[in-house]
Design a protein around this ligand. Structure first.
Ligand SMILES: [Zn+2]
Ligand SMILES: [Zn+2]
Length: 273
């Protein structure tokens, strides 16, 4: 399996970090986890065209993780030559979110259907809502959803990809919890969105301080990795974005709790397991 951290940013626009999105490539499939700002630009960087995306799995409906869901739907649609559904998996509420997304696209859909004689169908989205259990199955790949804790955002899920004898855990935004432990038990790769609580708590901006209680800190991610016998921990969606030269601090902070391999993700970092 190959894991590419397509976008490693957060809600704050960053010239070097696109919005949260991770690509898992296994058994000939391209599986997209979340679709933040610029996701299709980063897919292009990973040599994955929109039509090649087999499924899009959402961890939660926070805007930074979903801003470009509409772009995936539209661009996959206009690049298809026969009616091809976009397979979408997400927590409860995803169907409503996709219905609303399609409603905002109605004008564009009608322009294109009227302009292109060979485009006779509208975008087709097949949505599966998941909470705990099997979420996706194809080509010997099994993906299981597990409930995570990003309260008050609810519900949220993480995904455990089991394929080719390996396990990749895509956690999304969450604090340590029982569902997260099950999600990443014995995983070869565990991808966790993180914040530096030691930095954020010293910034006197109430709206920033609010993020402390619903994300894993670097230390917590490392503790979760150690507790669950993970082989490699990937820190992604780092908040605040690491200043050049400070990357080692993030790694050292995680090493205090976890003795496996630790990687701090940049956009388009590709890891094989
Ligand atoms: Zn979130
Ligand atoms: Zn986030």
């Amino acid at each position: 399996m190959f894991v590419t951290t397509l976008g490693t940013g957060s809600p704050m626009p960053d010239p070097n970090r696109a919005g949260p999105a991770t690509l898992v490539q296994t058994a000939g499939q391209n599986l997209l986890f979340d679709a933040g700002r610029g996701v299709l630009m980063r897919c292009a960087g990973a040599m994955v065209a929109p039509a090649m995306i087999n499924a899009m799995l959402l961890t939660h409906l926070h805007s930074d993780h979903t801003t470009d869901v509409n772009d995936v739907i539209t661009t996959k649609w206009i690049n298809s030559f026969v009616p091809t559904p976009t397979i979408i998996v997400g927590p409860l509420g995803t169907q409503r979110f996709i219905d609303r997304t399609l409603a905002t696209l109605e004008d564009d859909i009608s322009y294109r259907v009227h302009h292109h004689a060979d485009l006779t169908w509208e975008p087709i989205c097949e949505v599966t809502e998941v909470s705990d259990g099997l979420a996706y199955e194809a080509e010997g790949i099994k993906i299981f959803a597990f409930p995570t804790d990003h309260a008050p955002v609810h519900p949220t899920v993480g995904y455990r990809v089991e394929s080719e004898g390996k396990v990749v855990a895509i956690a999304g935004d969450t604090v340590p919890c029982e569902g997260l432990d099950r999600l990443c038990k014995d995983a070869d790769l565990y991808v966790q969105t993180v914040i530096r609580d030691d930095i954020v708590k010293n910034i006197p901006i109430p709206r920033l301080l609010d993020i402390l209680d619903y994300h894993s800190s670097v230390s917590q991610a490392a503790q979760t990795a150690a507790k669950n016998n993970v082989k490699t921990l990937i820190l992604t969606h780092p908040v605040p974005a690491p200043q050049p030269g400070t990357e080692g601090e993030w790694i050292a902070m995680a090493q205090e709790h976890f003795s496996g391999t630790i990687l701090l993700a940049d956009d388009l970092m590709r890891v094989e397991t």
